[in-house]
Ligand binder design. Structure first.
Ligand code: NAP
Length: 353
């Protein structure tokens, strides 16, 4: 993109599990520079290094470490009007009002949070699949009378699954069954006591199945005028927490309208490319593993800097026209902060900011 001025960005919920990933991934970003960090009253007024219990393997970025964390009351005030993008990683209950206030004040909000995802005029975007849905931004701004706007990325397991489904759409998907094995980082830093998850599997994740069964249909749907027409198939999900730190793995059974071979599906995964070429876009959104025991979270979550998903074990199922496979992706990079950053890059590249 040649020389361009760096956009100032803020992070809502900067001290949390997803927030820390934002801080880590934005360090040294070629297009974005950190302008402000926001968290709860517990953290506001103190330096980031004093309040963020840093648990990522790299050092806390020096610039962020010295920044004084701001309160949510400061969002949308004139003091922060230089922020052109706000990344959101707040708990759902408090995110809605703050994100709307921010958009009203002229900011582009790139949110991880579920609360606005399914609203008709809010783009729910995985750029390699549906960057064209960003056209809803104009509708949103005019309908709501905002200078700014909100865009969202899907739930972490939905992103990983939906990317793998995109190249299969041309074979006429009729139904998808999915069983997840989800990492503990998806529950937030304080989410699950170690005594609950070590030596264990928890066969319930609140509101996860509902998200996996609805969000992919919007993402894989088509933009018609000012509306999205949902993709015409059903997703049936069962979600489980397993003692893995990072990386969601899922077993998928996909049923097609017509007969299709495992080899054709493997070729479709291999040939999948994307025209998104911004800094966080992985060279290969989907990587095919040939080994019979891959993908595995420990070995494959960092593929493509954590932005690629890996598929393997592509084989025929037992039901009519059924293919089954495994897909794995990094839940806090591809599934959360990296996804929001990629979305924001596409906003810049396409002139929305
Ligand atoms: N983890 C994932 O893989 C993942 C993936 C996709 C989406 N998400 C979504 O991202 C959001 C954040 O998740 P997380 O896992 O990062 O949670 P988390 O680790 O619990 O972090 C929560 C963040 O929000 C702040 N916060 C909490 N209560 C607040 C309040 N009353 N006022 C202002 N700030 C407050 C916290 O600040 P303090 O430190 O000051 O308390 C912290 O910065 C959630 O909506 C989640 O559903 C998570």
């Amino acid at each position: 993109m040649g020389l361009m001025r760096k956009r100032k960005v803020g992070i809502l919920g900067a001290t949390g599990s997803v927030g820390q990933r934002f801080v880590q991934l934005l360090d040294g970003h070629p297009w974005f520079e950190l302008g402000a960090l926001f968290a709860s009253e517990r953290s506001a007024g103190k330096r980031y290094k004093e309040v963020a219990k840093w648990f990522l393997p790299s050092e806390m970025p020096a610039e962020a470490a010295e920044m004084v964390v701001k309160s949510l009351d400061d969002v949308g005030t004139s003091e922060n009007e230089d922020l052109s993008i706000m990344f959101s990683a707040l708990p759902g209950e408090i995110a809605s009002e703050v994100e709307k206030r921010c958009a009203r004040a002229g900011c582009a909000v790139s949110s991880n949070v579920a609360v606005h995802r399914m609203e008709k005029d809010v783009p729910l975007v995985i750029p390699e699949i549906n960057a064209d849905h960003l056209a809803l931004i104009e509708e949103q701004k005019s309908r709501r009378g905002w200078d700014g706007f909100i865009i969202t990325n899907p739930n972490c397991s939905t992103i990983v699954m939906a990317l793998s489904l995109k190249p299969l759409m041309r074979y006429g998907i009729k139904a998808v069954h999915v069983s997840t094995m989800q990492a503990v980082s998806g529950a937030g830093y304080a989410g699950l006591p170690s005594m609950a998850i070590l030596d264990n599997v928890i066969p319930f994740i609140g509101r996860e199945e509902e998200k996996m069964e609805s969000e992919p249909l919007k993402i894989l749907g088509t933009l018609e005028g000012n509306e999205i027409r949902n993709a015409p198939f059903t997703v049936c999900a069962s979600c489980h927490r397993v003692p893995v730190i990072d990386g969601h793995t899922m077993a998928i059974w996909a049923n097609f309208a017509e007969s299709v071979s495992a080899d054709e599906i493997k070729e479709a995964f291999k040939n999948f490319t994307s025209d998104i070429k911004t800094p966080f876009a992985p060279e290969k959104p989907i990587i095919v593993r040939e080994e019979q025991d891959r993908p595995q979270p420990k070995l494959d979550r960092d593929a493509g800097n954590g932005m690629s998903v890996s598929v393997g074990r592509i084989r025929a199922g037992r039901m009519e026209n059924e293919i089954k496979y495994i897909v794995q992706g990094h839940n806090t990079i591809r599934g959360a902060s990296g996804a929001s950053i990629l979305n924001a890059e596409v906003l810049v590249e396409r002139g929305y900011i």
